[in-house]
Design a protein around this ligand. Structure first.
Ligand SMILES: C[S@@+](CC[C@H](N)C(=O)[O-])C[C@H]1O[C@@H](n2cnc3c(N)ncnc32)[C@H](O)[C@@H]1O
Length: 326
């Protein structure tokens, strides 16, 4: 019944889009958004079993196909407390919940198997051992660990990302900082000629192969629809650095710069460097990429203006920049 009503909504949505847009590209975008509406309509309700480190990672890891109903655990000490916004319940209480699946979020395989057996004996069906955390990308792990540091050290300020595209990183940032503003800067229309003409031969070659991918207009509410806490998000649509206007008095705890090219990366570095809280961090993507040297060039130029530490981080192409006097 739920699926049927979602499908009817989809047909109506598609029809309205066709009438309004009447153009194939935009219909394609509308369909991509529709995919999300569909997923949202049929989200799987999950109980995570295990409130330890693995459970913590699982609950922080935003998966748009899943709604976490509660976290269960065998530990008497944990039952009745909360893990983030989720209640920690006893195994017996699982039977009182409305759920589709119990996912065992325990790292030790033997312990996970024994919980699976325990739940099966209690008549709890649809139990699965979660095994995806080890393949969580180094970038996502680094974003998560940094958020832990920033929250535990109470480093004040908002979060920002420049270069959002379809919001892959933005959804993690939004999820890892549930009570902080997240500013998202992008043209949502790809690169600007004011930036590309300054690029090196290598980048021009990369742009000719991959640049068009980013030139497909993305609607910012598509990005918002993926965010767990959309009310924290402010979309700053347009050209960086123009879209920094009005935010001169804002302070930032964490910033992710992923605009691929030299000019916007440098102007963003200059803007945020003056607005980072002490202990805050700027992550720069693509620093080590030989085929996209703009970020490295921007950091090099910036080193004549400010003192900072540069720490290789988050997989093969990120660096974390921490200002000496920030
Ligand atoms: C590699 S994508 C970002 C990927 C994104 N961080 C993610 O997690 O999927 C680069 C983005 O930078 C944006 N961009 C490049 N130059 C820009 C500028 N001067 N102002 C605003 N956005 C820009 C492009 O529109 C594109 O969406």
């Amino acid at each position: 019944m739920k699926l049927l009503s979602v499908n009817l909504e989809c047909i109506l949505f598609f029809y309205i889009c066709k009438e309004i847009y009447g153009n194939l590209l935009l219909i394609a975008i509308a369909l991509a958004e529709l995919e999300f509406c569909l997923m949202r309509g049929v989200r799987m309700r999950v109980i995570a079993f295990g409130a330890g480190e693995y459970g913590k990672l699982y609950c922080r890891y935003p998966d748009i196909e899943v709604t976490i109903v509660a976290v269960a655990d065998n530990s008497e000490e944990l039952i009745g407390k909360r893990l983030f916004e989720y209640d920690i319940i006893s195994p017996a209480d699982i039977l009182l919940q409305k759920y589709d699946k119990v996912i065992i979020t325990i790292e030790n395989v033997n312990a996970a198997k024994s919980v699976e057996k325990q739940l099966n004996e209690m008549g709890i069906s649809n139990v699965e051992v979660y095994d995806s955390i080890p393949v969580m990308s180094p970038k996502v792990q680094a974003l998560y660990r940094v958020s832990e540091i920033i929250e535990s050290r109470s480093i004040l300020g908002s979060i920002a990302e420049c270069g959002v595209y379809r919001g892959w990183t933005a959804t993690y940032l939004n999820s890892y900082y549930p009570s902080r503003n997240l500013f998202l800067f992008d043209t949502f229309n790809g690169f600007d000629k004011k930036d590309t003409y300054l690029e090196s031969e290598e980048s021009i070659e990369w742009l000719s192969k991959r640049g068009n991918e980013y030139s497909i207009p993305i609607q910012s509410h598509y990005v918002l629809s993926k965010c767990k806490y959309p009310w924290n998000v402010t979309i700053q649509q347009g050209y960086v650095p123009d879209t920094f206007a009005g935010l001169e008095n804002e302070m930032f705890a964490f910033v992710h710069l992923d605009m691929d090219l030299y000019k916007p990366q440098l102007s963003a570095l200059r803007f945020f460097a003056d607005r980072m809280s002490k202990g805050g961090m700027i992550f720069l993507h693509d620093y080590y990429r030989p085929d996209l040297p703009g970020t490295r060039k921007a950091v090099h130029e910036f080193s004549y203006e400010r003192e900072f530490f540069l720490i290789p981080s988050a997989g093969s192409s990120h660096v974390a920049l921490v200002l000496c006097n920030g």
